[in-house]
Design a protein around this ligand. Structure first.
Ligand code: B12
Ligand code: SF4
Ligand code: SF4
Length: 393
């Protein structure tokens, strides 16, 4: 992942009084909605404990090939060192749930592609970074000058623990931040600032209770325990971050998920309270919310690049894209027509993709002699009702 930052070094003409800082903090909360943020929190984070957890997580090798998570550990624990002069962080969240998108229906149609909701539209980094920068400019104007720097994802910033300490929600057992009025369908971003604003008083209460729905539903059993994810088993990692071969033992568990995965969020009861986003940038483009695997597999590289322009999907690259679709086609129970499509595309593919095609063909040939089983989700259980419940609210 790349670092997305923007900054300004304008200094205030004279220090603000405590009263002026308190008034400014209130205005920041009042103005957030004008910039497309559903919530903000001002925080002076304490991250020593988080660093210990992070290091233990790395020691277990749960980060796989994401070597960037090993770097800048000092800065992760002392984030102000990244932006000299900064002394507070404004943590913000932005909803991304697109309207009228039935995840359950798609997951039950093995011939269709499932692409994670967060990436059906434009790359969120761009929209979010632009808004954060405008927000920083506005605050700077109100303060009579302020140094600030905006981060959106993947800088060495502990975004989730910072958001939790800023009061944006609690860390769920699936490791994501969620809150009682919005669920978890939102992105996080941060504005590092050099004004000593009063921090928000926040509740640190957790509301997962005895629920384990996210842990139980994970198709690849990627959670080693509550609050601990072995990313190397997570479909999001396998389809987006991992280069090269996808481990054979995980392929049949991936179903039709070709870019990211939403299952642990779909099943979460708190997502019944999630709100759809008004940001048209996050609405699906090129019918990616309802498209067959064979259609996507037929794209040549030029078509892939054109249709994924401005989208985070480009991150996987054309080779990774074909690899992911080949695995999904192997799980599609699509029989001879799918075998034919795989075999006909094979000569133009890299060796790595070819090995996934061969695996897929083998699966489909096995299926031809077996009755079709589609037991991934059952309409009658409460899990599947929770899973899509917010779509009907
Ligand atoms: C690497 C990464 C991934 C990896 C690893 C995910 C992971 N859980 O760590 C992969 C590729 C698998 C991934 C997947 C996804 N990701 Co991601 N990812 C990141 C990234 C870049 C870094 C996260 C990180 O540092 N992980 C490493 C370690 C430290 O994680 P960890 O051990 O779980 O950390 C937790 C513990 O230390 C724990 N902890 C801390 N102190 C303590 C104390 C105690 C007592 C306990 C028990 C625990 C505990 O809290 C930490 C945070 O939750 C962040 C952006 C950022 N800069 O933060 C986005 C981010 C976390 N991802 C995000 C999203 C949306 C996703 C996906 C939903 C995308 C998708 N639909 O496919 C999935 C969700 C999978 C999941 N269940 O986590 C969002 C989450 C928004 C939210 N509401 O929380 C983020 C914040 C990006 C953003 N700016 O919005 N992601
Ligand atoms: S995103 Fe999917 S694969 Fe990853 S932890 Fe959640 S349910 Fe499991
Ligand atoms: S599914 Fe249950 S355990 Fe998981 S985050 Fe949601 S409330 Fe917490």
């Amino acid at each position: 992942m790349t670092e997305h930052v923007s900054s300004s070094e304008i200094k205030p003409k004279k220090p603000l009084s405590d009263q002026q800082l308190a008034t400014l903090a209130q205005k920041i909360h009042d103005l957030a909605a004008d910039f497309g943020f559903q919530q903000v929190g001002i925080v002076d984070p304490q991250l020593d404990e988080t660093l210990k957890h992070h290091m233990a997580w790395l020691d277990n090798g749960f980060h796989g090939e994401m070597s960037y998570l090993e770097g800048n550990l000092d800065k992760r624990a002392k984030p102000y060192d990244m932006v000299p002069g900064s002394c507070r962080i404004i943590s913000v969240r932005m909803n991304h749930l697109p309207p009228a998108f039935s995840a359950l229906t798609l997951l039950k149609q093995p011939e269709k592609a499932y692409i994670a909701r967060y990436t059906l539209g434009r790359d969120y980094h761009k929209t979010f970074r632009k808004r954060l920068t405008q927000f920083g400019q506005k605050i700077s104007e109100l303060a009579g000058g302020m140094g600030y720097r905006a981060f959106v994802d993947s800088a060495p910033v502990f975004e989730r623990p910072i958001a939790e300490q800023a009061g944006l929600g609690w860390t769920g057992k699936h490791t994501l931040i969620l809150n009682r009025s919005a669920g978890s369908w939102f992105f996080l971003g941060e504005l590092f600032i050099d004004l000593p604003l009063p921090v928000d008083n926040v509740s640190t209460q957790q509301h997962c209770g005895s629920c384990t729905a996210c842990l139980d539903v994970c198709p690849t059993q990627a959670f080693t325990k509550a609050y601990e994810l072995d990313a190397t088993r997570c479909i999001s990692y396998l389809t987006i971050e991992k280069k090269g071969e996808i481990p054979v033992e995980l392929r049949s568990l991936m179903g039709n998920r070709i870019f990211g995965c939403d299952d642990c969020q779909l099943v979460c009861p708190w997502n019944r309270f999630a709100k759809h986003t008004d940001e048209t940038d996050f609405h699906p483009r090129h019918s990616l919310d309802d498209v067959s695997l064979l259609t996507l597999f037929s794209w040549d590289e030029a078509t892939f690049l054109k249709r994924t322009e401005g989208s985070a999907i480009r991150r996987t690259g054309y080779e990774g894209w074909l690899r992911n679709i080949a695995v999904a086609l192997g799980n599609s129970k699509g029989g001879q027509p799918v075998i034919d499509a795989l075999v006909s595309k094979r000569p133009e593919c890299s060796e790595m993709v070819q090995s996934h095609i061969d695996w897929a063909v083998e699966q489909l040939q096995k299926d031809l002699s077996e009755p079709i089983k589609l037991l991934q989700f059952n309409d009658n259980d409460t899990t599947s009702r929770n899973r899509d419940s917010h779509e009907h609210s």
